[in-house]
Design a protein around this ligand. Structure first.
Ligand code: BGC
Length: 330
């Protein structure tokens, strides 16, 4: 480079310097690791986090496509690139321990969402937290809603045997929301005094398509026997609705109560249209706001208190509130 070129370059750099030093501080960089972006509920959480972050934080979104090995390498690459924090929705909650250890080794805070790590894994690192919703409460709410509807409307007991013939759709086995919602739902039904015959407990992996396929197969075997369907989430419930519609239900007086959990927009539409009897709010917006704020506080090294974090944390775990949403009439 000639001397003149060098001088010109120096001049440009010097002219730029004041702007650089006076500019806004660069936003923190947060890795957002989602287990599977084709899951509508977690997709909505991810959207809400990115929206909430705005220009305050740079979010680096990674979709693990339901593959834990892929997620492990995504987290490693994010840590190598020097992210300031991680919001992590693990593919397999049992694998969280590995990811928590990786984050700890780099002293990077990690807030897990929606798929709850074991408590013994969470205590391994003081900058590891969990934000989710109490699945037992959600399961109880949906069970109570179904029992209440059954008790209030004798016509729902179509064969008049004083027993609810139930099909229960379960999400992914091992997921706390599938296991604990199922237990709490059955428990709430038992507590309500409604006699229940569990015709089938079907695993449909949280998916609408599988919900529809499994329900269609069950209808072939069980015919009109089923009197109520309760699902661990709305997607599977809406799949069951599709299969029932195809079998001639929801026309004229042929109605059967179907319940889900999440209160996703398509479920609220189904509630209005009368095909879904009820759902329970799974506060994705709340998970988004709380997990982002927590991550930012941890990155800033601030002690978490009720003054800067308005949600109730217990042992580094935050459970947001749930609420039932039901149709008033049928
Ligand atoms: C939701 C499901 C979702 C799952 C993903 C649950 O809390 O109810 O709809 O598929 O989380 O982890």
């Amino acid at each position: 480079m000639t001397k003149r070129c060098l001088t010109a370059l120096m001049m440009v750099l010097i002219m730029c310097l004041p702007h650089i030093s006076q500019g806004a501080p660069s936003p923190v960089r947060i890795g957002l690791c989602i287990y599977n972006m084709s899951d509508p509920f977690v997709n909505s959480i991810s959207d809400a986090i990115i929206r909430e972050a705005g220009t305050r934080a740079e979010m680096i979104l990674q979709d693990a496509k339901n593959n834990q090995n892929l997620q492990n390498s995504q987290v490693e690459a994010l840590l190598d690139s020097g992210v300031d924090g991680l919001i992590l929705n693990p593919v397999d909650r049992m694998a969280s321990v590995y990811l928590i250890r990786m984050a700890k080794a780099r002293n990077v805070p990690v807030v897990l969402i929606n798929r709850e790590p074991l408590r013994e894994d969470l205590v391994l690192y003081d900058k590891a937290y969990y934000v989710g919703i109490d699945p037992s409460e959600q399961g109880r709410l949906v069970g109570e809603m179904a029992a209440g509807m059954f008790l209030a409307d004798p016509q729902l007991d179509r064969n008049g045997d004083g027993t609810m013939q139930l099909i229960l759709f379960k999400g992914e086995p091992g997921h706390q929301d599938a296991e604990l919602r199922t237990l709490a739902t059955l428990d709430a039904l038992a507590q309500s005094g409604v006699q229940v015959t569990l015709l089938e407990e079907v695993v449909a992996q949280w998916e609408r398509r599988l919900g529809q396929q499994r329900m269609a197969a069950l209808l072939t075997n069980l015919g009109d026997e089923v009197e109520c369907v309760i699902s661990n989430n709305d997607e599977m419930a809406l799949g069951a609705v599709e299969a029932l519609k195809a079998a001639g239900w929801f026309t004229g007086r042929r109605w059967i109560p179907i319940f889900g959990i999440d209160a996703i927009p398509s479920a609220l539409t189904a509630l209005e249209q009368g095909t879904l009897a009820g759902t329970v709010i799974n506060d994705g917006e709340g998970i988004a706001r709380a997990s982002l704020q927590l991550t930012e506080l941890l990155i800033a090294g601030q002690p978490i208190s009720t003054a800067n974090f308005p949600w109730p944390l217990e042992n580094k775990v935050l459970y947001l509130k749930s609420e039932p949403v039901k149709r008033q009439t049928r």
